[in-house]
Design a protein around this ligand. Structure first.
Ligand code: FES
Ligand code: FES
Length: 169
């Protein structure tokens, strides 16, 4: 195996959940691996590494992307959001996380960060979804445990709650 020298690694800096982070990445290092192993934020999961399962979904500059389809060096200067940024600093769950908890929308939890980040992105842009909308929005996220019904219920409940909250402001 060829070992790259330190000089062949690139410094990558970006904002992760509002905080500046930086580290060194080999040219072909995936963003998932960089976030998990170089930065140490392991909430973003890795399933297929081929853009199929959605477990690695994060947001980059406000758009949901699969971190296994991005190179770490492509994240330079970007604003990145991961599941670690959803709860409040005091640990209070976001409306979506709380709805997942109430609805038993996870079992092993491996897929959950990806579902949450896909839904954060979708509900921000589509605040009043139908069940069919949610199922289509989540069609790129795979779950081997739940059968999806509870995830869809949680998403619809969270959407109603978020709407009610913003109407009361
Ligand atoms: S690990 Fe990225 S889509 Fe499966
Ligand atoms: S909860 Fe186990 S894969 Fe979804």
């Amino acid at each position: 195996m060829q070992v790259l020298k330190q000089s062949e690694r690139h410094r990558v800096r970006f904002t992760l959940n509002g905080e500046r982070v930086e580290g060194l990445a080999e040219p072909r290092m995936l963003l998932t691996d960089f976030i998990r192993h170089e930065i140490g934020a392991t909430g973003t999961h890795v399933g297929c590494e081929h853009g199929i399962c959605g477990a690695c979904t994060i947001r980059v500059n406000g758009k949901a992307v699969r971190a296994c389809l991005m190179l770490a060096v492509q994240a330079e200067g970007k604003e990145i959001e991961t599941v670690e940024g959803l709860a409040a600093k005091d640990g209070t769950l976001s409306a979506l996380q709380a709805a997942f908890h109430r609805n038993f929308a996870l079992q092993c939890g491996y897929c959950t960060p990806g579902f949450l980040m896909s839904l954060v992105d979708y509900l921000e842009k589509n605040p009043n979804p139908t069940e069919a909308d949610i199922r289509i929005a989540l069609s790129g996220n795979l779950c081997r445990c739940t059968g999806y019904a509870e995830i869809v219920n949680a998403a619809l409940e969270a959407a109603r709650e978020i709407q009610a909250l913003s109407a009361s402001k």
